[in-house]
Design a protein around this ligand. Structure first.
Ligand SMILES: [Zn+2]
Length: 161
C-alpha cells in the first residue's frame, strides 16, 4: 500500500536549524540520486569537507523512520530531510510498510565485527583499511570502487591525472 509523507509536518518536527542545513543540501543538489530500498528511499549525501552520509527514510510500522550514518542525536537530521525532499520531488512511491536497511538480515559475525569497527576513531579505521588494501589487490579495488561511489568528483580528478 502506498502512503504519502507530509513534508511540512516533517520540517516542523525537524526544527529551523535542521531545515536550514537541509535546504543548503537541496540547493547543492544533494542527494544527487534517490534509490528505492526496502519500500523507503535511500541516498548518498555529500558535502565539501565532510564525510559522505548514506541515509534512508521510509514509513515503517513505527511511523516515519530515519537511518543515517551521521548518527545525529535528533531523529531528524538534515540528510534525512534533504533526502525526503528529493524523493518527494521525484514523486517517490512510499510503501506504508517499509523495511529499514538495519532490519535486513546480517551475518552475526559481520554485525559483531562492524560494531568493533564502528568503535574505532575514523583515522585509525582508515589506516587499517588502507593497510589491508595495500596488501590485497581485491580489497584495493573494492576500496577504490566504494570511494568513487562516495566521491565521484575526487575520482574524476584522479582519473584525469
Ligand atoms: Zn544524517
Amino acid at each position: 500500500m502506498a502512503v504519502s509523507i507530509d513534508i511540512d509536518a516533517l520540517r516542523e518536527a525537524a526544527g529551523a536549524d535542521v531545515c536550514a542545513a537541509a535546504d543548503r543540501l537541496t540547493v547543492a543538489g544533494e542527494p544527487a540520486e534517490v534509490h528505492p530500498l526496502g519500500g523507503g528511499a535511500s541516498g548518498l549525501v555529500r558535502e565539501v569537507g565532510q564525510p559522505s552520509y548514506e541515509v534512508w527514510v521510509g514509513v515503517t510500522a513505527d511511523g516515519f523512520t530515519v537511518e543515517c550514518d551521521c548518527a545525529a542525536d535528533a531523529d531528524l537530521c538534515p540528510h534525512a530531510v534533504a533526502l525526503t525532499a528529493a524523493a518527494l520531488a521525484d514523486g517517490f512511491p512510499w510503501s506504508s510498510a517499509a523495511t529499514p536497511p538495519s532490519w535486513a538480515e546480517i551475518d552475526p559475525r559481520i554485525a559483531e565485527l562492524a560494531d568493533l569497527a564502528r568503535a574505532l576513531p575514523a583515522r585509525r579505521l582508515a589506516a587499517l583499511v588502507a593497510e589491508w588494501a595495500a596488501t590485497d589487490p581485491a580489497w584495493e579495488s573494492r576500496l577504490r570502487a566504494q570511494a568513487s561511489q562516495a566521491a565521484p568528483h575526487t575520482a574524476a580528478a584522479m582519473d584525469g591525472s
